[in-house]
Design a protein around this ligand. Sequence first.
Ligand code: SAM
Ligand code: SF4
Length: 362
Amino acid sequence: MNVRDSEVISGLLDKAGYELIEDEAKADIEILNTCSVRQLAEEKVWSAVGRSKAKIIGIVGCMANNYREAIFEKAPKVDFVVGTADIGKLPKILQEIEKHKGGCFEKKIYETDADFREDEIYHTGFHLDKEHAFVVISEGCENFCSYCVVPYVRGKLRSRDYNDILKEIRGDIDAGITKVTLLGQNVNAYRWIEKNVNFIQLLKMVNEIKGLKEFGFVTSHPKDTSVELFKAMAELDKLKKYLHLPIQSGSDRILKAMNRGYTRKYYLDLADKYRTIVPNGALTTDIIVGFPGEKELDFQDTYSVVKDVEFNAGFIFKYSIRPHTEATKMVDDVPKEEKERRHALILELQKKISRKKNAKNC
Ligand code: SAM
Ligand code: SF4
C-alpha cells in the first residue's frame, strides 16, 4: 500500500512539474512517505529526517496521522506534515511552502484530517514498474485488531467505485502494463454498496479486461475469506493462484486477545479448503511473536501451525507497542530476548519449509 502511495505522490508531483531524482543527497525537497505499523519503521524515519540536507522536508503518510503537529516539535526541520487521505493536496502545499521558504517567517503546514481520497489521484499513470501496476481497491480498515495502528492512521474501510477501478486498469493497459495487483488491507471486505458489487464480482470483471495477462490481490483477512473466493481463484484463468492469509498466532487465547475474529481450527479448515479447491495454489502468512501475555504454550501452538500448514512463505514480526491501539492497555510482558528467540525459531522453521517447497515448486 505504501509503495503505491509513493507512486501516487510521484505521479502528482511529476504532473505539477517537479523532477523525481534518485540521489537523496541532491534533492531540494525530500518527502518521506511513512509507515507506522511497526516501531522500527518509525525509528528509521526519524533518523532519515536527522540526516536530510534538503531545503524542504515533509513527512507524509501514517506517521503524519499518528503524530500530527507534534512532529514539528520532535523534528523542527520538518516543513510539512500530510496525512494518508490528504496526499492529493501535496502540489498546492509545496507551492505554499516554497513561497515562504527563506522569508521572514517560514510556514509550517499540516493537513491530516481528510476522510477520503479523490479518485483522480489514482489516474496519473505513474508506475515504477513498466509491466506491473498496483491498484488500490479499498482504503482503510475497521477490524481493529488490538495490536494494529492501521484503523487509526488510515481511517475506516472505504471501497472505491468498481467503475473507477476498471477505468484505472484499462488506462494502465493502454500504457503497456500487463499485470496488476489489487490492494487493500482486507480486500475480501470490498463492496461497492450502490450496485452491491462484492470482491468476487470485482475479480470476475477484472478477469474480463482485454490485454490484461495476470492479476493478483493482497491482503485477505481469514474471517472474510470464503470457499466462494477459492472457487473463483480456481476458475478465473488470469487470476494468480496465490493467497496471502495472515494467521498472526496459532493460539486461540492470543487470537482472542488480538481481536482477530477466528480460531485456530477455523484457520486450519480454511487452509485445507484452499488447498483442495486451488491445487498447487501458494499460501503465505504473517505471524506476530511476543504479543502481550504470549506464554511458551501459546508460542508452541503457533510453531505447530507453521509446521503443519507448510506455508510457501511467512513474514514473522516481533510485537511492538503501537500508539492508540487496545494492546497499549496490556502489559508488554514478553522480554525482548524472548521475542527474539521465538522470532528466530519460527523464521528458521519457515526457511526450511520454504526451501523444501521451492525445490518441489509447489
Ligand atoms: N491487513 C493485514 C492483515 O489483517 O493481516 C495486514 C496489515 S499490517 C500492515 C501487516 C502486518 O504487520 C500484520 O499482518 C502483522 O503481522 C504486522 N503487525 C501489525 N501490527 C504490528 C505490531 N504492533 N507489532 C508487530 N507486527 C505488527
Ligand atoms: Fe490491521 Fe487487522 Fe486491519 Fe489488518 S485487519 S489492517 S491487522 S486492523
